[in-house]
Design a protein around this ligand. Structure first.
Ligand code: G3H
Ligand code: 13P
Ligand code: ZN
Length: 328
């Protein structure tokens, strides 16, 4: 059944688990996520970005969502807009059947400039006012994602802050978070806590604490009814880097957020855990392998099926690690 983010994360909060939000762009990814949810008896969040909507078409996404709900009626599915950048984008997603939207007002409409307080509160409140009338959940974002290591905003995949950021932009201020939620009434809040988008999060193997656990803990303590969202939560596993590079890829060595660190985040109040990069890598590794091992192959199913299976495996690992498994 289709459910909202509010419904899903309220249950997660009551039962102390986290929910991965996996990005999709196509049927293979949607089916991989659902097969993983089915196999582990877990609820899921399927999210689509503006880029995904442009790639697949809203009508295709809408019917794909209807299809997965029909195929897996026993699995609670939240269909969420990832990184909406304007109220109109959120409204059109709602019209296309999304049960939850992110209004990311952390950057101005240009997608590069860290937003003013008034801009972020203004656009976010516009969305919550409208969405809540229709029972749709809203995620907002306060703070700017980027690397605490280098101070650079993450604009690797075409969106993110430009240039150097200060440490206090890179970590959400708990006091401001309280004020932001009071003014906007968001159901979920993405906070800056040491993660960044994409594959290149850390240049060294993280040792010990890499997330700002004190920030997570304090915001959670002050806002127990607002579900915290962690963007940039891919772990960038070494084995996936190795498969890609073994079969002709050229990904420089990099490190992501260790799964144990995400588990600690969940203990401290994180409920929605956004993962895209890991699945992209799982898919790419298998496609590269099939092409390298069998260069004469040209039936797309021959490489898309292993790709799907690899994504399904990764989704299962995360659903188990975050204790989402068994909660459907
Ligand atoms: O945060 C971004 C997600 O990984 C989606 O990326 O905008 O390239 O679809 P995208
Ligand atoms: P990753 O790039 O770490 O997978 O993060 C995805 C994300 O935050 C989508 O909103
Ligand atoms: Zn994100």
């Amino acid at each position: 059944a289709r459910i909202t983010l509010r419904q899903l994360l309220d249950h997660a909060a009551e039962n102390d688990y986290g929910v991965p939000a996996f990005n999709i762009n196509n049927m293979e990814q949607a089916l991989a996520i659902m097969a993983a949810a089915d196999q582990t008896d877990a609820p899921v969040i399927i999210q689509a970005s503006r880029g995904a909507r442009a790639y697949a078409h809203d009508v295709m996404l809408k019917h794909m969502m209807d299809a997965v709900v029909e195929i897996y009626p026993h699995i609670p599915v939240c269909v969420h807009l990832d990184h909406g950048n304007a109220p109109q984008t959120c409204m059109s997603a709602i019209q296309a059947g999304f049960t939850s939207v992110m209004m990311d007002g952390s950057l101005e409409a240009d997608g590069k400039t860290p937003a003013s307080w008034d801009y972020n509160v203004g656009v976010t409140k516009t969305v919550t006012d409208m969405a809540h009338l229709g029972g749709i959940s809203v995620e907002g974002e306060l703070g700017v994602l980027g690397s605490l290591e280098t101070g650079m905003g993450d604009k690797e995949d075409g969106h993110g802050a430009e240039g150097k950021l200060s440490q206090d932009q890179l970590l959400t201020d708990p006091e401001e978070a309280v004020k932001f939620v009071k003014e906007t009434k968001v159901d979920a809040l993405a906070i800056a806590m040491g993660t960044s988008h994409g594959a290149y999060k850390f240049t060294r193997q993280p040792d010990g604490e890499i997330l700002a656990m004190n920030v997570i803990e304090e915001i959670h303590r002050r806002l127990p009814d607002t579900h915290l969202v962690m963007h940039g939560s891919s772990s960038v596993p070494q084995d996936l880097q190795d498969i890609i590079n073994q079969y002709g890829g050229e990904m420089p060595q990099t490190w992501g957020v260790p799964v144990e660190e995400i588990q600690r985040g969940i203990k401290n109040g994180v409920r929605k855990v956004n993962i895209d990069t890991d699945n992209r890598m799982a898919i790419t590794g298998q496609i590269r392998r099939v092409f390298a091992e069998n260069p004469s192959e040209f039936d797309p199913r021959k490489y898309l099926k292993p790709a799907r299976d690899a994504m399904q495996k990764l989704c299962i690992q995360r659903l188990e690690a975050f204790n989402t498994a068994g909660q459907a």
